[in-house]
Design a protein around this ligand. Structure first.
Ligand SMILES: Cc1cc2nc3c(=O)[nH]c(=O)nc-3n(C[C@H](O)[C@H](O)[C@H](O)COP(=O)(O)OP(=O)(O)OC[C@H]3O[C@@H](n4cnc5c(N)ncnc54)[C@H](O)[C@@H]3O)c2cc1C
Ligand code: FES
Length: 257
């Protein structure tokens, strides 16, 4: 059930350049892929912003985020004890989205993350466990391959790509799909990343008529996260759907890019 609660920052750690892991007080029962709307207690950052729930354990929950604009710049400066307001868990996670499409127990899962998209996939990888999980992790440079050591312990195969070649294979995640990994070897593929990467994946799946189910966690602009403001409409085969309630996880067979 969605709760609205006041919380305090427990810690804020810069885990990579401009990338922060913030832990806050509170236990959130969430499904991987669900998100939290966070607002800070100042006149600008009082507007809530969505972040994937990274983990929730030992009485704290966390988010992993990158500084993009003014709000995230402000969030990057929070200190232990600062107050935040949280609304969570929001949206429909990966497991429920998969069940909608008749998939309940995949054994061999391909995760495809672009940069901070790994924040949404991390709890799903944790849920399914190392023996079932392979990850293609792409970024512009090695700075985007965040928490690499920790994540490499959680998957049986890790394929890294960077556009500037500073880490792993030079190129983009699709290059791994062309050269090294066949989507047909997996029961399902789960992805999250920048819009351009998700669209390129969708095009690849459609063009090659790949029948391995593919799911996306979409990061649409959101005003409320609760289905009230209609700012997060996504086009699907079945008409418009709200990313914050029906999503953020969508199947490639329903979404229209
Ligand atoms: C369901 C959901 C889950 C999310 N989970 C996470 C998460 O776990 N970690 C995280 O870092 N972000 C996540 N986001 C995105 C996050 O909400 C935005 O980065 C944040 O709202 C940016 O706010 P801002 O005011 O700082 O930047 P804005 O002023 O809103 O944006 C500044 C500039 O950055 C661009 N920008 C904003 N967000 C992104 C983005 N995600 N990717 C690329 N360019 C962007 C904008 O187009 C603009 O040009 C999620 C979004 C959704 C909808
Ligand atoms: S964010 Fe308000 S309806 Fe989706």
């Amino acid at each position: 059930m969605i709760r609205v609660f006041e919380s305090s920052v427990v810690k804020n750690e810069e885990v990579a350049p401009s990338t922060f892991l913030v832990e806050m007080e509170g236990k959130v029962d969430f499904e991987p892929g669900q998100f939290v709307m966070i607002s800070l207690q100042d006149e600008i950052s009082v507007i809530p912003k969505p972040f994937s729930i990274f983990y929730s354990r030992d009485g704290v929950f966390s988010v992993l985020f990158k500084v993009f604009g003014g709000w995230t710049a402000r969030f990057s400066k929070v200190k232990a004890g600062d107050k935040v307001r949280a609304v969570a868990p929001c949206g429909t996670g990966f497991l429920t989205a998969m069940k909608r499409h008749g998939i309940s127990e995949p054994n061999n899962i391909l995760f495809i993350a672009g940069g901070l998209g790994v924040a949404s996939l991390y709890p799903v990888i944790d849920f399914f466990g190392k023996s079932k999980s392979s990850l293609i992790f792409g970024g512009r440079s090695s700075h985007d391959i965040i928490l690499k050591d920790e994540i490499s312990q959680k998957v049986k195969s890790l394929y890294i790509t960077t556009q500037d070649g500073s880490e792993g294979k030079k190129g983009v995640v699709l290059d791994v799909l062309f050269d090294e990994v066949s989507p047909y070897d997996f029961d399902i593929a789960l992805s999250c990343g920048p819009y351009g990467m998700l669209k390129a994946l969708w095009d690849f799946w459609i063009k090659n008529k790949i029948n391995t189910p593919l799911f996306f966690a979409m990061e649409e602009r959101m005003g409320c996260g609760l289905g009230l403001c209609f700012s997060c409409v996504i086009k699907t085969q079945y008409g418009p759907k709200l990313c914050c309630t029906y999503g953020p996880v969508f199947s490639h067979t329903e979404i229209v890019f």
